[in-house]
Design a protein around this ligand. Structure first.
Ligand code: SF4
Length: 229
């Protein structure tokens, strides 16, 4: 079995609960979404299709060469769970290397998560709001996904754009409150719209979410400020 991988590198985590830690990033190729703000368009796979194929025995030496000082390996993309069968074989190898894993996912493939969740350390899942993505809603998929992830070290991130509607924020708050109101919920302002009234929207949405959720934070993508990838 081989994985389609766009790039492998080490850097700091720029988003979410573990912002600032050093990680090895394995960026899987292809995504099942087309978010308007996507900062890794070459990983989506609908226009540019440049990637490398890695068997497990080729990938591990690359990770080993990069792992110095890294707390964990971020499995990112694209959407890594499109290659869940490969990831299932990778996770025990990472454990053998003494590395924790960190799954960064759009949170809409619960059946694929179910294949690997017993071996996952951290789940950084998105809730994709239809008014932000301009695509369809995935409430049921997100709820099933979160139910599977609860019990692991899971947190949620949702990107706020100038078009994000309050009704979508209320729906996502209710979804999380129904499953586990203590799960960390992060409002991430769209990096490309920081001067577009988005921060004001984030502050309003934080007040709304805190009515039902215990841990709501506003956090931008900090690696963009530091000019890191
Ligand atoms: S889910 Fe992530 S990788 Fe896929 S299009 Fe959206 S932002 Fe890009």
């Amino acid at each position: 079995m081989k994985a389609k991988i766009l790039e492998i590198f080490s850097s700091i985590q720029g988003e979410g609960k573990y912002v600032g830690i050093k990680q090895v990033f394995v960026r899987f190729f292809e995504c099942n979404m087309h978010c308007s703000w996507c900062d890794t368009p070459n990983s989506i796979g609908d226009t540019v299709r440049h990637y490398n194929e890695f068997a497990l025995e080729d990938l591990m030496p690359t990770i080993r060469a990069l792992k110095s000082g890294c707390a964990s390996v971020s499995l990112t993309g694209g959407e890594p769970l499109l290659q869940a069968d490969f990831i299932k074989t990778l996770l025990p190898e990472l454990k053998r290397e003494g590395l924790k894993n960190y799954l960064e996912t759009n949170g809409i493939l619960p059946e694929e998560l179910a294949k690997v969740i017993d071996q996952i350390d951290t789940v950084a899942m998105d809730i994709k709001l239809p008014s932000s993505t301009k695509g369809r809603a995935y409430w049921k998929e997100h709820e099933d996904f979160l139910r599977l992830a609860v019990g692991k070290d899971v947190f949620i991130k949702t990107v706020i754009t100038s078009d994000t509607k309050t009704e979508d924020i209320i729906k996502s708050m209710e979804l999380v409150a129904k499953v586990d109101p203590q799960v960390l919920f992060i409002l991430q302002p769209n990096t490309y719209e920081l001067k577009n009234g988005v921060m004001k929207r984030c502050l309003e949405f934080q007040d709304i979410c805190q009515e039902r959720l215990t841990n709501v934070r506003i956090l931008p993508q900090v690696h963009k400020f530091m000019k890191l990838r």
